[in-house]
Design a protein around this ligand. Structure first.
Ligand SMILES: [Zn+2]
Ligand SMILES: [Zn+2]
Length: 111
């Protein structure tokens, strides 16, 4: 998939809080939005670190000064066999899973 090109510097106060809450205690100074490109009108989400198995702390932002931490469980969507790639996003995310790199040739036949 084409990834959203937005980056966000992690504000120092939130970085300190994130370090205290994540497993590794390491948080990047800036994160790139993980969502697929063109999710206009919704918030951006960048990955900070795992907090627990299946749960991760993310930076959520929209606009210049709307930024906060968000704990989200991992997306349960996995790719097709044989690889069954895990999606790097969170449950309920917008757009495509991260393992979906191109639009399907045929429309989906389920639901
Ligand atoms: Zn984004
Ligand atoms: Zn997903």
């Amino acid at each position: 998939m084409t990834r959203c090109p937005h980056w966000r510097r992690v504000p120092p106060g939130l970085a300190d809080e994130a370090r205290a809450r994540t497993a590794s205690g390491c948080v990047d100074a800036a994160v790139q939005c993980q969502l697929a490109a063109s999710h206009a009108g919704s918030e951006h989400y960048g990955f900070l670190d795992e907090t627990d198995r299946g749960t991760a702390l993310r930076l959520r932002w929209s606009g210049a000064d709307q930024v906060s931490l968000a704990t989200r469980t991992d997306c349960p969507g996995t790719g097709p066999l044989p690889h069954r790639d895990a999606c790097c996003l969170f449950a309920g995310h917008l757009g495509r899973h991260t393992w979906e790199d191109s639009p399907p040739v045929e429309p989906p036949t389920h639901d």
